[in-house]
Design a protein around this ligand. Structure first.
Ligand SMILES: Cc1cc2nc3c(=O)[nH]c(=O)nc-3n(C[C@H](O)[C@H](O)[C@H](O)COP(=O)(O)O)c2cc1C
Ligand SMILES: [Mn+2]
Length: 496
């Protein structure tokens, strides 16, 4: 049966859409949230399998809660590779990463539409006050064996408002179980949650705070974006969707949370009390056993949840999970916008998921490069200086410049260009002192970010003077069509 609501309207509708897409494996046998659940999600991500919905987690209090793993990872069918991500915005499952990023970022400069406050919502179906819940007894998963604790928050949104009420920030930052009514939250410079928390420290008051799990999927995408300071992610996504998101007030503070949220934890983020957080298996597929950081404690004053609540869980590590797909979606789009704003001869920028999102491929408008009369050195210098100077580029340390015959979303094509057209040293420029990414296993790559020119010399003078020796370029259409139409009857596997 087709779902009655579009997938981007609520997390529940999203799950129903995945189900009707045939993109869910419902697991009703008893699964242990201690590592077993995490192992299944990990294997799913590493093999692009269907999203697992765990409906019988060991120790889960009856009906509270189920887990949806891999909510934004890749699908098995190549034509629907980004289908799960596309469904976050209510788009067709066959949408490309470029199409999804255009939809998310279209007219990004338009005025925000603030969320609309409504009286109540399904998330109020169950209200548990302090003393009525014990988070340590929930089915919060231990996701990797050396993680510092059980991570409840991997795909929810953290909601914080500045003391003057002018800016409400939504962000995805992990949080781990700390006590029966407390969590410890990843709050670190330069993230906005850290900035807002610093403002409350100056006020000398604990920060009113909420984490909402299972929110409308567009809200997660907006909360993963590096929007400018003072811009509320809720207002941004309202404008992108063309209508406000509905929010309800918390029970114990004035924080507004999405009305259809599956689970909401509300209370205060302490300005004085910290606890060790981490380690956690991270997006680059590294975990440093025993490495912890002191981070603020979240005192939970109330919990509200829907009937049969579902917790979304992202278990990051080796490609490909949400940290890669969403990074690819957002950072590629943001870097494309930078190139456009700076007037560079760039058609598009794609994050290479296969590199754990540390490289990006840049499609160069070579006709414009020829008009500008730029040589390779000048092009590398201009692109590197512009892109690496801005925040969205921090996670990347290699930009590969590609000509018009290269599909920058096809890593094999990018590697074909890189390996056959880029001479080490001669075609490379190294940039020093550029913004590094704290999460990178390199810790600090500010002394070595590179732009690799994978254009051939002819592209600077007359344009492409070669043809490829491959199926696509070395045969007439009539021959290709005939081969394709007879392929399977000759005994080969399905045409792809
Ligand atoms: C699945 C997922 C998990 C993430 N986990 C973290 C995290 O634990 N810590 C963090 O700082 N950023 C994390 N991020 C990235 C932030 O959401 C991103 O940097 C965002 O811009 C932060 O919001 P802000 O710009 O309002 O600070 C995660 C992103 C995704 C998609
Ligand atoms: Mn923000």
């Amino acid at each position: 049966m087709a779902p009655s609501e579009p997938p981007h309207s609520s997390f529940r509708a999203f799950v129903e859409t995945l189900r009707s897409d045939g993109d869910i494996i419902e697991i009703d046998r008893s699964i242990d949230p201690h590592l077993e659940c995490g192992a299944i999600i990990r294997k799913v991500c590493e093999t692009n399998d269907k999203a697992p919905l765990f409906t019988n987690l060991k120790n889960a209090k009856s009906g509270f809660f189920d887990i949806l793993g891999a909510p934004g990872s890749l699908r098995p069918k190549p034509q629907e590779r980004f289908g799960r991500l596309a469904r976050h915005l209510g788009m067709p499952a066959t949408s490309s990463l470029r199409q999804i990023s255009e939809e998310l970022l279209k007219d990004a400069e338009k005025e925000g539409i603030e969320p609309k406050k409504v009286a109540t919502g399904p998330r109020k179906e169950h209200v548990l006050k302090k003393g009525e819940f014990d988070i340590t007894q929930w089915a919060a998963p231990l996701l990797h064996q050396d993680d510092g604790g059980k991570y409840l928050q991997t795909y929810g949104i953290n909601i914080a408002t500045t003391p003057d009420g002018s800016w409400t920030n939504w962000s995805v930052n992990r949080a781990q179980v700390h006590g029966k009514d407390s969590l410890v939250v990843y709050v670190a410079e330069p993230q906005h949650i850290w900035q807002v928390h610093e403002m409350w420290k100056k006020e000398g008051k604990d920060m009113p705070f909420a984490i909402a799990f299972g929110v409308p999927p567009p809200a997660v995408l907006a909360s993963s974006m590096a929007l400018p300071e003072n811009m509320s992610e809720g207002a941004f996504i309202g404008a992108q969707l063309g209508s406000p998101l509905e929010v309800v007030k918390c029970e114990t503070n004035d924080i507004l949370v999405p009305a259809t949220s599956e689970i909401v934890l509300e209370g205060v983020l302490s300005i004085t009390e910290t606890a060790p957080e981490g380690p956690f298996g991270e997006m680059h597929n590294y975990l440093y056993p025993g490495e912890t950081h002191e981070r603020p404690v979240f005192h939970v004053h109330a919990v509200t949840h829907r009937d049969n609540a579902i917790l979304p869980v992202s278990n990051c590590g080796r490609i490909t999970d949400e940290t890669h797909t969403i990074f690819g979606l957002i950072k590629g789009g943001e870097m494309r916008q930078i190139a456009k704003r700076r007037g560079l001869p760039v058609l598009d920028i794609a994050v290479c998921l296969e590199t754990q999102t540390t490289w990006a491929a840049v499609s160069i408008d070579t006709a414009r490069v020829r008009e500008l009369g730029w040589n390779s050195e000048k092009l590398r210098e201009e692109v590197g200086e512009a892109i690496y100077s801005e925040k969205p580029a921090a996670p990347f340390h290699r930009l590969i410049l590609c000509g018009p015959d290269i599909d920058i979303y096809d890593f094999q094509d990018v590697m074909f260009a890189y390996s056959t057209r880029c001479r080490p040293s001669a075609d490379e420029t190294v940039f020093k002192g550029k913004r590094a990414f704290v999460k990178s296993p390199l810790r600090d790559d500010s002394s070595g970010k590179v732009v690799d020119d994978a254009l051939l010399p002819a592209e600077y003078t007359h344009g492409q003077n070669w043809k490829r020796a491959d199926f696509n370029e070395s045969f007439p259409e009539s021959v290709k069509e005939k081969v394709k139409s007879e392929w399977e009857s000759m005994g080969f596997k399905k045409w792809s």
